[in-house]
Design a protein around this ligand. Structure first.
Ligand SMILES: NC(=O)c1ccc[n+]([C@@H]2O[C@H](COP(=O)([O-])OP(=O)(O)OC[C@H]3O[C@@H](n4cnc5c(N)ncnc54)[C@H](O)[C@@H]3O)[C@@H](O)[C@H]2O)c1
Length: 324
């Protein structure tokens, strides 16, 4: 059984949801986060928190040794696509060097399992439905930093006999049914932008690009509820630990939802006069991408609990209402 888990980036959006689930399962949680995009108020009260940067090998290693950490869930990263294009050096340093330093901190410790949050942004555009064996060719700097990190993890873990789980998330959205945590930062996140807009008197939901080669002209994504993603972490961690194996796994519903579908759902759930407007395409946006999730379902016999666009939108709106 895994017991002492270190979560890097545990003060962030996904990390706080993972912490909530792990705490419920009575795991001992330790969080390393530099709070660059995370928040103290998202940190689970039962977790032990260290305001530490993952680049700091010595401090991270001390925590791993002192608290007898057996597993790491590594989420700490910069992830805004546009920002990565503007500041590639910052992204390579934080995401790739950060991951490599974290791995170095694991050397000669009791770490047995390493889970990494990768992304669908590593896949070559135009493949529509991607399996773990689909062509890899990230368009963005962000995607490039993630595939480099994946490679570093695979090679380090093989050498050091650590089981790894590389989880390629598709697009994460929603907030916890507990109502205590959700997305706070102002990153360019579709559901966040729509949630904030829908709180205004005259909401205008902005869609980037109207003439993509898709069924309604807007981009298509596989949006996954954050609580489903959080649960996947625990299940995969227990499984790789038990079987002593490593896996790369797509995490999505195998369902394509268009950005226009999302806008329409927000409009449907609002009592205001909502306008849907189009602006020009964003650089480096993939046209359409959904997850083939056969491996995920087979490996952990996964049954998602929040696989419904209406539920995801509802949870975003109720979280946003709490923030006003
Ligand atoms: N949100 C998504 O849709 C999505 C999709 C695919 C992959 N991911 C991946 O999931 C992970 C978590 O994303 P999120 O949405 O929760 O973002 P987030 O910004 O809310 O969380 C990232 C956390 O990492 C921390 N952090 C960043 N650099 C750090 C460093 N050098 N040292 C210590 N802490 C550091 C931040 O303070 C923040 O709390 C990221 O690795 C991201 O690439 C997210």
């Amino acid at each position: 059984m895994v017991k002492n888990i270190l979560i890097t980036g545990g003060a962030g959006y996904i990390g706080s949801h993972i912490s909530e689930i792990l705490v419920k399962k009575k795991k001992n949680i330790f969080i390393v986060d530099n709070l660059s995009t995370g928040y103290r108020k998202l940190i689970n009260k039962k977790a032990k928190f260290f305001k530490v940067d993952i680049l700091n090998i010595k401090k991270v290693k001390n925590i791993i040794i002192q608290y007898k950490i057996d597993s790491i869930i590594h989420l700490a990263a910069n992830l805004i696509i546009g920002e990565g294009e503007k500041y590639p050096k910052k992204y390579y340093r934080n995401n790739v060097r950060g991951t490599k330093n974290l791995l170095l901190a694991c050397q000669n410790t009791n770490i047995k399992n390493f889970i990494f949050s990768s992304t669908a942004a590593i896949y070559k555009d135009g493949q529509f439905m991607v399996s773990e064996n689909s062509k890899i060719k990230p368009k963005s700097v962000y995607g490039k930093t993630k595939i480099k990190s994946e490679k570093a993890i695979q090679s380090f873990c093989k050498k050091n006999k650590i089981n790894y789980g590389i989880l390629r998330y598709f697009n994460i959205a929603g907030s916890s049914p507990s109502g205590k945590i959700g997305l706070l930062n102002k990153s360019d996140h579709l559901f966040k932008n729509f949630s904030r807009e829908i709180m205004k008197k005259k909401p205008k939901l902005k869609i980037y690009g109207s003439n993509y080669n898709t069924r309604d002209g807007s981009c298509i994504r596989d949006f996954v509820h954050v609580s489903d993603i959080a649960e996947i972490h625990l299940m995969i961690l227990e499984k790789i630990n038990k079987l002593k194996i490593s896996k790369i796994i797509n995490c999505g519903y195998n369902r394509g939802v268009s950005v226009l579908d999302v806008a329409k759902e927000f409009k449907k759930q609002s009592s205001k006069k909502v306008e849907i407007i189009y602006t020009k395409r964003r650089k480096n946006d993939l046209v359409k991408i959904i997850a083939s999730n056969t491996r995920l379902i087979k490996f952990i016999k996964w049954k998602p609990k929040f696989d419904n666009l209406g539920k995801i939108v509802k949870s975003c709106i109720s979280w946003e209402k709490k923030l006003i």
